[in-house]
Design a protein around this ligand. Sequence first.
Ligand code: FAD
Length: 467
Amino acid sequence: MAAASFSSIFLNSALSLSHSKHRNFPNNHHHSWRGLEHDRTNPSFRSIVRAQSKEDIVIVGAGIAGLATAVSLHSIVMMLLSIITMMDKICALENIRLGVRSLVLEQAESLRTGGTSLTLFKNGWRVLDAIGVGNDLRTQFLEIQGMVVKSEDGRELRSFKFKDEDESQEVRAVERRVLLETLANQLPPDSIRFSSKLLTISKPESGGTMLELVDGTRLSAKIVIGCDGTRSPIAKWMGFSDPKYVGHCAFRGLGYYPNGQPFEPKVNYIYGRGLRAGCVPVSPTKVYWFICFNRSSPGPKISDPAELKKQAKELVRNWPTDLLNIIDQTPDDTIIRTPLVDRWLWPAISPLASSGRVVLVGDAWHPMTPNLGQGACCALEDAVVLARKLANAVKSGSEPSVEDALSSYGSERWPRIFPLTIRANLVGSVLQWENPVVCSVRNNVIIPKLVRLGPLLEHTNFDCQPL
Ligand SMILES: Cc1cc2nc3c(=O)[nH]c(=O)nc-3n(C[C@H](O)[C@H](O)[C@H](O)COP(=O)(O)OP(=O)(O)OC[C@H]3O[C@@H](n4cnc5c(N)ncnc54)[C@H](O)[C@@H]3O)c2cc1C
């Protein structure tokens, strides 16, 4: 049964590969079958949304992990034995794009259009190349040459050039909005259903996994991929604890200079006491900035941009004025404050990445602090590793092999993810030190004399084979 159904995924999707490369992702009010959803009083609507639809692969969450997984599955290329009949039978190995189709459910009405940037290192770029969007993104974002570290009085402590440390390093700050849109544009139409918030997940006796959305829609899925971020309801259902607040929060923003930004393509870092800040040029007109500060609890959520700006500026009011300037240049919809959290995946204590045919990817599985700039890079890595294993299993068509593939994904990724999560946390603790003596040793001895960037970026070596 499963074999027949899975091969039909291949057939259908392989035949429907042509799609517009560049589509817009507006608010999805008129989106195909969900267009009825506003007329909740209509009895026929009720019977439609209550009806159960069946899907083979459902991905929950259209963030970086969800979209990269969907695109990786869609882009999967396999060497297949094809038989060409000429005078005699000749067998040839051919690369065939199989295009495994999935459905992505996203709680929001559209792709995230606001927000700031993320820094992607070479491991992230290797994945983006493998799934075919690297060059498109490269043309839009500046390559960052190095890093300058200063103390809060503006004194330069150290500067590095990335290529001096590692010839193959590639660093760019990418606008999250553009990254999401670029990934989504790779998918066939109707691959993403917006306004589809997962409410509950269950395992009915009849088999499969049942997903119930807040609007009452029920979907039965053969395979569920949870890409629903740090507060993942799927992770919770699988027995994961809530991510833990690590004691500091971050302000982030994207400064906009319509007449051109004035910064060199370098990460500019300032280390203070219990406080650090930095900025990275993103494009000729945009500069990403961040401020990390200690706080005993996450505090209330603040969404008023004026208040966020005021609080951010207050933290660095005596620091070099560049930073205050970028904050002033920041449009309201690109400033946010986030409490930083992580979850350590202790062996034998933490649940596994997969349970049967349900699996987690990205922050839903391994929320980590952003101190190494690796959360999204690792979500991208997860996506290609999972897609490759899942596509092989789907191709073989046997029931246990899908479960084995998901479990093998977890076993392969865990040794990568677990130490990185701890390392990111420890780096954050060191950078958030408050003790004046310790900070003085850090700024006057450790950073200028002892730190080597090359070994610190060792974790960006990730061997991403083509899909
Ligand atoms: C301050 C800060 C700075 C960072 N900087 C970097 C950096 O420089 N480099 C880097 O690599 N990483 C960075 N990260 C980490 C990076 O942002 C995350 O690792 C990455 O966004 C994870 O992507 P994701 O798709 O797993 O989760 P998310 O981006 O959180 O996406 C989850 C998606 O699931 C949807 N969703 C959630 N619940 C449901 C539901 N019930 N039903 C349907 N949909 C749902 C959400 O709406 C969202 O679209 C940073 C993080 C922070 C906090």
